[in-house]
Design a protein around this ligand. Structure first.
Ligand code: GLY
Length: 398
């Protein structure tokens, strides 16, 4: 399996500026954690055993059942809170959520898509890793099997959405890099190598086609169902087909290091470096990206705070393994701090309200006018994960 691909790596434009910024202090991070947990506590009472919808509406999450692609982030926050505080209330609700995840996968409720990793890693894999919950492990393994069943031999990819094999749905998307850790975990847990093989084959296809030569990313990529040959990259949530949707780029920045965690393949590092430079070179003054990177530093466009939180976790994940001699290690550390500092300062609220997000000013889908300048669950989750990563040594659920 080769992940080698020649891409252009832009020089970093704001290297000196980044290096001159002070790093967050431990007490600033701890204060932000206290504030985040205050919001989470209110939301636990508000949602109880139901779930928040993917994004807020008028800055409050509607209440929903476990049926979107995003509920895993909610349960994942409960596990992060349990790790931070050791308080049983978080663990008890997270475990009750896991029963809902078990029910969902055993009854195949709205799981005909690839988002099984987003759903089952921060919820059920976390439950298994942290407290050895056996039902959660079983649920996560069923989810991994369901994810395997989305693999298309012709074209060698995991089909993202829609009826399996239909030409209009014959595509994969950059986001799927975060679903692959569920397969690596299943391989390690069961000893069955097929999970890992499929993840590696998908990863190789994604690198080949969805990452462009200039280190930006297509959001989605269509393949020919008859020949398995590549057809074209198109956007779904980005501005246009050849722009770089900020969250897609961030899924790449987080996804490559998480795949590296399992594969230790150094070919992934230049790809990560290229994607990260591309992203950092297109940030407005306050280091928080607009919803699409085509708006280079155009601060009038809606920001996507969630993409910043995701990228921040990717930077911290990769920095933990980059050697001290890496020319970017220090700058990446400063970039993670700059983004997290800005999120804490200007994208959170000091007035928690029941049902409100932890992180404000995200964009779910600009074209469908859904969750624009609102909070969203993955933004909240990765913001809290970034705070955890930055404040203590932490073993990822991914
Ligand atoms: N994975 C879908 C999204 O990022 O909106």
């Amino acid at each position: 399996m080769t992940y080698k691909k020649m891409i252009h790596i832009e020089p970093l434009a704001r290297r000196q500026e980044l290096l001159s910024l002070p790093l967050l202090t431990q007490s600033e991070i701890e204060e932000a954690i206290v504030q985040a947990l205050r919001q989470l506590d209110l939301n636990m009472a508000y949602f109880n055993e139901q779930f928040p919808f993917s994004a807020t509406e008028n800055l409050i999450y509607p209440i929903t059942e476990n049926k979107e692609w995003t509920e895993g982030f909610w349960t994942g926050m409960l596990w992060l809170a349990y790790e931070l505080t050791h308080e049983m209330k978080y663990r008890e609700l997270a475990e009750r959520n896991c029963e809902s995840f078990y029910h969902r996968i055993s009854h195949r409720i709205l799981v005909d898509h690839h988002d099984l990793g987003f759903l089952y890693t921060p919820s059920c894999v976390a439950a298994w890793k942290l407290i050895g919950n056996r039902q959660a492990k079983e649920a996560a393994l069923m989810a991994a099997d369901q994810l395997l069943s989305r693999f298309q031999e012709k074209g060698q990819f995991i089909q993202a959405w829609g009826e399996f094999g239909r030409p209009e749905h014959y595509r994969f998307i950059i986001d799927c890099l975060l679903n692959l850790p569920l397969l690596y975990w299943a391989a390690e847990t069961t000893g069955k190598t097929r999970y890992k093989e499929i993840a590696q084959r998908h990863l190789a296809t994604a690198i080949r086609y969805v990452i462009r030569d200039d280190a930006s990313a297509f959001h989605t990529f269509f393949m020919d169902p008859n020949t398995g040959e590549p057809i074209r990259g198109v956007t779904h949530q980005g501005y246009c087909d050849d722009s770089s949707w900020a969250r897609g780029q961030a899924w790449g920045i987080a996804g490559l290091p998480l795949n590296y965690r399992y594969l230790h393949d150094s070919d992934l590092i230049p790809l990560y470096r290229g994607m990260t430079h591309y992203f950092l070179n297109r940030l407005p003054q306050d280091w928080i990206c607009c919803w699409d990177l085509i708006f280079v530093r155009d601060a009038s466009q809606p920001r996507d705070s969630s993409a910043a939180a995701i990228a921040c976790c990717g930077l911290l994940e990769m920095n933990a393994v980059l050697p001290e001699t890496d020319p970017d290690k220090e700058i990446f550390r400063h970039a993670a701090h700059a983004m997290l500092h800005s999120l804490i300062q200007s994208y959170t609220s000091e007035n928690p309200k029941p049902g409100a997000p932890l992180l404000y000013h995200g964009v779910y889908s600009w074209h469908s006018k859904k969750g624009v300048d609102e909070g969203n669950l993955w933004g909240d989750y990765f913001f809290l994960e970034a705070l955890v990563r930055m404040s203590r040594s932490w073993s990822p659920y991914w």
